[in-house]
Design a protein around this ligand. Structure first.
Ligand code: Z5A
Length: 222
């Protein structure tokens, strides 16, 4: 049987890392075998591509280079990690996936959505997430949280208007396919955010838990 792919999305500082740990706890309590990962990254090679994408440098990276690097990392992640895990019935909980490409490279950078869709089909074939949680927050609030952590990466240096477009793209995608997406108000206190996530997951678990086992491997490509 095949496992489920759960992806977690949102702008900077929205609390993805914090809440992915909570999602994994919920999976463990249900006795579901899962692996945790992230994009860009998730394998040693894809983590190297992540560094190329995040590191600020003098030479400006073109938007198309950025898009192709994101999908290059994803192709490796799918080949090495996601597809094999799903094939043995493990669930994969991934910090960002292709919705981030639509939001950042499409909404943020303004690249043609049909080009992104073509690459999605080329790289992923039929594979799409089973559930995508969009942690939603006002960009100013998310960026304030993110900037407490030190030097901004290449994306965090963008203007607030960039993150407003990213957020709008996420919300538009969720509205267009409500069965696959769950929007969480991530501007609330953490207890409240986790309660929203638990409620949504319970409904999802009811449809998908048969036959899974418990485990909890984390991969950042090490
Ligand atoms: N990117 C792209 O452009 N295209 C793509 O296709 C993909 C990615 C896949 C790396 O992502 C970059 O890659 C990303 C887009 C681009 N842009 N950037 N930068 P990333 O996910 O690794 O980076 P990030 O968005 O900056 O994630 P993050 O820094 O790890 O943030 P987070 O995981 O969402 O937040 P957090 O670390 O869990 O929480 C931030 C702080 O807020 C922390 O102190 C928490 O304790 C606090 N927090 C969390 N929740 C709350 C609540 N509810 N109340 C109060 N405080 C809270």
């Amino acid at each position: 049987m095949s496992g489920c792919l759960i992806t977690v999305e949102g702008i900077e500082g929205v609390g993805k890392t914090t809440n992915i740990n909570w999602i994994c706890e919920c999976l463990g309590r249900q006795g579901i075998a899962y692996r945790q990962s992230r994009e860009p990254g998730g394998t040693a090679l894809a983590e190297e591509i992540r560094q190329l994408l995040l590191t600020p440098r003098e030479e400006q990276m073109s938007d198309m280079t950025e898009l192709l690097l994101v999908f290059a990392a994803r192709a490796q992640h799918l080949h090495q990690f996601i597809v094999p895990a799903l094939a043995v019935g493990e669930w994969v909980v991934c910090d960002r996936f292709t919705d981030a490409t639509y939001a950042y490279q499409g909404g943020g950078r303004g690249l043609d959505m049909s080009v992104i869709a073509a690459l999605e089909t080329l790289v992923q074939k039929e594979l799409r997430p089973d559930l995508t949680l969009i942690l939603d927050i006002e960009p100013a609030q998310g960026l304030a949280r993110a900037r407490q952590r030190g030097a901004p990466d290449r994306f965090e240096q963008e203007a607030i208007s960039f993150f407003t477009r990213v957020r709008q793209t996420y919300l538009a995608r969720a509205q267009a396919a409500p069965d696959r997406y769950m929007i969480v108000d991530a501007g609330r206190p953490l207890d409240d955010v986790q309660a929203q996530i638990s409620a949504g997951l319970e409904q999802f678990f009811a449809r998908h838990t048969a036959g899974s086992r418990t485990s909890g491997e984390v991969s950042h490509g090490a």
